[in-house]
Design a binder for this molecule. Structure first.
Ligand SMILES: [Zn+2]
Length: 310
């Protein structure tokens, strides 16, 4: 049986996924504060049951942001999410009935929690929408919506079966009408994208005055349940990093919570709700950054121990 200490090298990992060998990997700076200084929390992540790969989980020495390092170049993620991700995850290219039902149910829960914030139906953007089930409740209640996801088969399913207003597209490639979306939902997908800063910038530019951003992070939820970090999450959002990302892109955090806003099917997720600021306020980001500096890495280590994450 393989253990984290006998993890696959990156070339062997690529070979296991039948992705060839033409992808380079390199360390990156912190995606939140740009610090190049980080501490290794775990040496490897799990790829399949009891199969590990040498992708380190590190915490930024400055803000504590938890992320995977090194990273492959963008073309790896393009190829992976376009056609490999779901196959590796579930062994099939098409969503199951229960998967779609769960998406629709999650959207219904979310609609219930967020509709009080809106006097009338608006326009919603779902970033990383998969088959688009989450927007169902909003559409049925008079909202307009648009969603994008790079997974071709799941989007095709949503287009043909759910008639969802969605497209096959990386979040970094979205071309959106400026100042037009009243609600932007990024539910569990910011942890997968190649460039979260680009995605956050695109979303902010598309936000209508007074718009809301709902950011769901899976964080360490899966790792707590399985006792190991998976290879699919490039980063692990926390209450702190959700708040920092919002402030960095001029969203004023309203609350961050681990209440089950999308129902019980993804326990221990973390949700942040923010409102688009009328004027940019870079000071708010730096002030908040300062409060997270102390003990940031030690706190992450403690959580891994407390939650028995290998
Ligand atoms: Zn940082």
């Amino acid at each position: 049986m393989m253990s984290p200490t006998t993890a696959l090298s990156l070339p062997d990992y690529l070979q296991h996924m039948q992705m060839g060998s033409g992808y380079a990997a390199a360390d990156i700076p912190c995606e939140i504060c740009s610090s190049q200084s980080f501490s290794v929390i775990r040496e490897a992540v799990e790829f399949q049951t009891d199969m590990w790969v040498q992708l380190q989980v590190v915490a930024c020495d400055c803000c504590g942001f938890l992320f995977q390092n090194p990273r492959f170049t963008a073309d790896f993620y393009d190829a992976y999410y376009h056609s490999r991700y779901r196959r590796v995850l579930s062994g099939t290219d098409v969503p199951s009935e229960s998967f779609i039902e769960d998406q629709i149910a999650r959207g219904a829960h979310l609609y219930q929690h967020l509709s009080p914030f809106f006097a009338r139906p608006g326009k919603m953007l779902d970033v990383g929408c998969s088959s688009g089930g989450m927007m169902d409740a909003f559409l049925r209640n008079g909202w307009h919506a648009y969603g994008s996801d790079p997974d071709n088969d799941y989007v095709q399913y949503g287009l043909s079966r759910l008639h969802a207003p969605i497209a096959v597209q990386r979040a970094e490639d979205m071309v959106l009408e400026p100042h037009s979306y009243d609600l932007i939902v990024i539910a569990g997908s910011l942890e997968h994208v190649f460039d979260p800063n680009k995605v956050m910038a695109i979303c902010r530019a598309a936000a209508a005055p007074n718009a809301l951003l709902l950011l769901e992070g899976r964080g360490l939820a899966q790792a707590r349940q399985t006792g190991r970090c998976g290879h699919n999450h490039r980063r692990f959002l926390s209450a702190a990093s959700i708040e920092l990302l919002m402030l960095k892109y001029d969203w004023e955090p309203i609350w961050v919570t681990d209440r089950e806003l999308c129902g019980p099917s993804r326990p221990q997720s973390i949700f942040g709700l923010g409102r688009a600021r009328a004027k940019p306020d870079p000071e708010a980001f730096y002030a908040s950054l300062g409060t997270y500096c102390q003990d940031a890495v030690d706190k992450q280590r403690q959580l891994f121990t407390e939650w028995s994450i290998r």
